[in-house]
Design a protein around this ligand. Structure first.
Ligand code: GLN
Length: 484
């Protein structure tokens, strides 16, 4: 049962092959068996899940099923869940129980989905390896001496090990696509504004976007159908028609124009990764696609621009964690200043503090023009590179990450080398574009991800392009041996 996709499980539930309760129990059992080693969950919500499964079974018995009814999911611990702890991977929120559901969680609940738990993540979603979590690192199921990627490392590892059929993540600079690549699963980051950010703990508000981890592109479409849509509670959510994202999956790809940015295949790209990405592109040629070389001339600026913009926004967003309102509070504060200083000093981890300091510096009166304003101008130029490229091509392809999964501890003392893990993903966030990572083979027995970037709100095409590849390849069906 655990190797089935959402689509297959939904069909089984509908036919009565098994109940949601049975299904939920079997995944909870796998979590019990395997998660002590992987550490992909912060909270397992067993009672809540079994109650939801019971309700789902009643709905199914009445024949009122929707695509996700009765399917178990794991939710990244960045989405507020009413009555269930939401930590964002931080000591700061170790005691935080939200009094409301984020819109993403609300939408899953409305669809009859079952939440089995909340997944581990880098603290406040800052990281590329899941090593900054207050709850300890997550191991990559393909090789437990390596990282699963980050920041949504728990969500990615849980799907890769088939502890759940699918999960959610968030992607501010690559935190869905990079861990999806390192864990050999399918990851989707939608267009900025497509999925509501309400109740999703903010890291960098102009970049954060919720998305999915699944086995297949078809499953991503099923989840996006539930997650996407206008939300008046999020001022940057877009009021735009919501297509059925499964409607376009089977369109053939004859004449599709694929842009390959020359900047994505140069120095810094591991040879084994490059080879697999090129093989994937050959598959697309066989499917009738046409390859066009494009240029994204400002690509090399995306990491430095991101590391001004994202810390600036985080320094502002995280100022709400002050020990006074919610979250961690230091013992016996002497006065208000002591309360602020010690609560934040003790509640935040090293990477979060580093970002807050960089951000506060970049926004300070004397440096705003030199750093923040400059970064915003460059951000516009990076975005315009894509606008030009999409005048020539339908989608852009390249690697999701420069390398396969790296060893635990390998980059944790070297922030710059860690930051470069997102060199191919960050630009899509700066430009607000949707992107996916698909399993495209293995290099030294570790998964390689193919990245596909589409134009704004072109998720239907993105999913179609991904689905067609998965009709002619089997990489997305591979399960790490120890979890098969
Ligand atoms: N790795 C990047 C960072 O640390 C991206 C994180 C993310 O997308 N949440 O900021």
């Amino acid at each position: 049962m655990h190797s089935k996709t959402i689509a297959e499980l939904a069909a089984g539930l509908k036919k009565g092959d098994f109940s949601s309760e049975e299904l939920t129990k079997s995944f909870l059992q796998r979590i019990k068996q395997f998660d002590p080693e992987l550490n992909s969950f912060i909270t397992v919500s067993e009672d809540h899940a079994l109650a939801q499964a019971k309700t789902a079974d009643e709905v199914i018995a009445k024949g009122q099923v929707s695509a996700l009814t009765g399917i178990p999911f794991a939710q990244k611990d960045i989405f507020c869940t009413n009555g269930i702890k939401t930590t964002c991977g931080s000591k700061m929120l170790d005691n935080f129980i939200a009094p409301y559901d984020s819109t993403v969680i609300h939408n899953f609940n409305q669809s009859g989905a079952v939440m089995v738990g909340k997944t581990n993540m880098d603290e406040f979603a800052m990281g590329s390896s899941n090593e900054t979590s207050f709850y300890g690192g997550v191991k990559n199921p393909w090789d437990t001496s390596t990282v699963p990627g980050g920041s949504s490392g728990g969500s990615a590892a849980a799907v890769a090990a088939r502890l759940v059929p699918a999960s959610t993540g968030t992607d501010t600079g690559g935190s869905i696509r990079q861990p999806a690549a390192l864990c050999g699963i399918t990851g989707l980051k939608p267009t900025y504004g497509r999925v509501s950010r309400y109740g999703m703990i903010a890291f960098a508000s102009s970049l954060d976007q919720a998305g999915t981890f699944t086995q297949t592109a078809e499953d991503s479409a099923l989840m996006l159908n539930v997650m996407a849509g206008f939300d008046e509670k999020d001022s940057t959510s877009i009021e735009k028609d919501l297509p059925d994202y499964t409607a376009n999956l089977n369109q053939d790809l004859k004449g599709l124009k694929i842009g390959l940015p020359k900047e994505y295949f140069g120095e810094g790209l591991d040879a084994g990764v490059a080879e697999k990405v090129e093989q994937a592109i050959d598959e697309y040629k066989k499917l009738g696609a046409e390859i066009v070389e494009v240029s994204l001339p400002n690509s090399s600026l995306s990491v430095p621009v991101y590391y001004v913009v994202a810390p600036a926004e985080c320094s502002s967003n995280l100022s709400r964690f002050d020990g006074a309102r919610f979250g961690y509070r230091c013992d016996d504060p002497k006065d208000l200043e002591d309360l602020y200083k010690r609560s934040r000093g003790e509640g935040f981890g090293a990477e979060v503090k580093r970002r807050i300091m960089v951000g506060a510096y970049a926004l300070s009166a004397g440096y705003y023009d030199a750093y923040y304003l400059k970064a915003q101008k460059l951000r516009r130029m990076i975005s315009e590179d894509f606008t030009k490229a999409f005048e020539q091509v339908d989608v852009i392809m390249g690697p999701s990450a420069p390398d396969t999964a790296f060893n635990i501890g390998e980059k944790s003392d070297d922030p710059i080398s860690m930051y470069l893990s997102d060199i191919y993903t960050i630009a899509a966030n700066l430009a607000g574009l949707p992107g996916m990572s698909l399993p495209a083979g293995f290099s030294n027995n570790l998964p390689v991800g193919l990245q596909i970037i589409a134009n704004s709100f072109d998720e239907s095409r993105l999913l179609n392009v991904a689905h067609q590849y998965q009709q002619v390849t089997n990489w997305h069906k591979q399960i790490p041996e120890a979890f098969a």
